[in-house]
Design a protein around this ligand. Structure first.
Ligand code: CU
Length: 130
């Protein structure tokens, strides 16, 4: 009988941790932050995020240039084998544009992460104040 260690249920191939979304008024812009651990033996590439809770979800990176912060869209974010990608305020984040209801404490935001190999990972991010 074949033994496929990659199907072991204890360690998911892609593990999302510490997810949260920023409190926001209905129609405003929010941000979601999380960690993605790549437990696989090959690199994975995040290619997008979808949600029903906002008009759009875009992966952005906040960068400093001449003392000014600005955001760059990131259409692909590669995560090497065994590495952890951290999204946090002031860096990489998921921008949630035109949120469809007020995001309040006790609420949570549902996100679907999409990877280049067609894998999707669903995330429920609790709403928090930064
Ligand atoms: Cu942004």
């Amino acid at each position: 009988m074949a033994c496929d260690t990659r199907s072991a249920p204890s360690v998911p191939r892609i593990e999302v941790r510490h997810s949260w979304a920023r409190i926001a008024d209905s129609g405003a812009t929010s941000g979601a932050y999380l960690e993605i651990a790549n437990n696989d033996t090959v690199a994975i590439t995040l290619v997008g995020v979808t949600t029903n809770d906002a008009g759009a979800a875009e992966v952005h990176e906040t960068m400093q240039h001449d003392g000014m912060a600005h955001m760059m869209p990131r259409t692909e974010v590669r995560i090497p084998a065994g590495d952890v990608l951290t999204m946090a305020p002031g860096g990489l984040h998921v921008m949630l544009v035109d949120v469809r209801r007020a995001f309040v404490i006790g609420d949570s935001v549902r996100l679907r992460l999409r990877f280049s190999d067609s894998t999707t990972v669903d995330v429920t991010a609790p709403v928090q104040t930064p």
